[in-house]
Ligand binder design. Structure first.
Ligand code: CP
Length: 317
């Protein structure tokens, strides 16, 4: 609830660059709105006219399966006009700068941009060189706010409340934008968060983010409601930070024996999963894995973000 104890009805932001500037009330508004869109996705005709006349560009400079398809589906379900950009096949290959790419896209009267880039800060930069509303679809190791929002939404489906929930994030915390955004979102909604990784994959002073940290997997899993496993971000590691993938799996991989030892534990993963590394293949496919539910919920959550941001910029009423 906000100060006047009234339920919030509108976001106080023009962009979604990360969750740090968003209050618990705003996050809750997005999740409540996503629940309504989730129902739309169960209908025979999964489309509403909400964003008719609004043009959204999906500007992806980095590979993506889930986020990109999910944004595109969310935009289609809301009846927006869509343009898709990927580096491959674009004039970036001919040396065009990010700023010029953005200004050219804006010249085509694009209203909103969902951007993914390997460099942290690109979404912030775009807010300074275009009038379009910017949604961060993942920027380097910095933030992936819509992933954290869909993870929170999925948790709310499985538990009465996020408050007091014990969530352990296991894996390459140091290089993970998903970990950073989830820590922010989970802490804002009152969850207890523990992070677990080899010392070399834990950020310096990670406890300052309001989490507990351990290098022992069993300590992270003991008493925990949900484990979020993360991929080793080998593309963002400049040095060899652990002896071998086989040793990593032996010490930090979640296996069937862990599911047997902790019979209420749920498994989440943002994807893409490296089977046999952070999760044993049987764990990925286990009935207590809710990884594909996360993917399903991503569409509804992104519909909610697009809708609420369009309202905050007075594009729709
Ligand atoms: N979770 C996630 O961001 O997956 P993609 O890289 O496939 O978009």
């Amino acid at each position: 609830m906000n100060a006047s104890n009234q339920a919030l009805t509108q976001l106080q932001h023009r962009h979604l660059l990360g969750l740090s500037a968003y209050t618990a009330d705003e996050i809750t508004l997005i999740l409540d709105t996503a629940r309504e869109f989730r129902e739309v996705l169960e209908r025979p005709i999964k489309r509403v006219p909400t964003l008719r006349g609004i043009t959204v560009c999906n500007l992806f400079f980095e590979p993506s399966t889930r986020t990109r398809l999910s944004f595109e589906l969310a935009e289609k379900r809301l009846s927006a006009d869509i343009v898709n950009f990927s580096t491959q096949g674009s004039s970036v290959k001919k040396g065009e700068t990010l700023k010029d790419t953005a200004r050219n896209i804006e010249a085509m009267k694009v209203d909103m941009v969902a951007v993914r880039h390997s460099s942290p800060g690109v979404p912030h930069f775009l807010t300074r060189c275009t009038q379009a509303q910017i949604i961060n679809a993942g920027d380097g190791g910095h933030a992936h706010p819509t992933q954290a929002l869909l993870d929170l939404f999925t948790l709310r489906e499985h538990f009465p409340s996020v408050r007091g929930l014990k969530v352990s994030i296991v894996g390459d915390i140091a290089h993970s934008r998903v970990a950073r955004s989830n820590i922010l979102g989970l802490r804002k909604l009152g969850a207890e968060v523990m992070v677990c990784a080899p010392r070399t994959l834990l950020p310096y002073n990670v406890e300052s983010l309001g989490v507990r940290a351990t290098c022992r997997l069993n300590e992270a899993l003991e008493g925990c409601d949900v484990v979020m496993a993360l991929r080793l971000q080998l593309e963002r590691q400049s040095a060899s930070l652990f002896p071998s993938v086989r040793e990593y799996h032996a010490l930090y991989g979640i296996r069937e024996e862990h599911l047997a030892r902790y019979p209420a534990l749920l498994i989440m993963h943002p994807g893409p999963v490296n089977r046999g590394v952070e999760l044993a293949s049987e764990v990925v496919d286990h009935e207590r894995s809710i990884i594909l539910t996360q993917v399903t919920n991503g569409v509804a959550v992104r519909m909610a973000v697009l809708y609420l941001l369009a309202i905050s910029a007075d594009r729709i009423k």
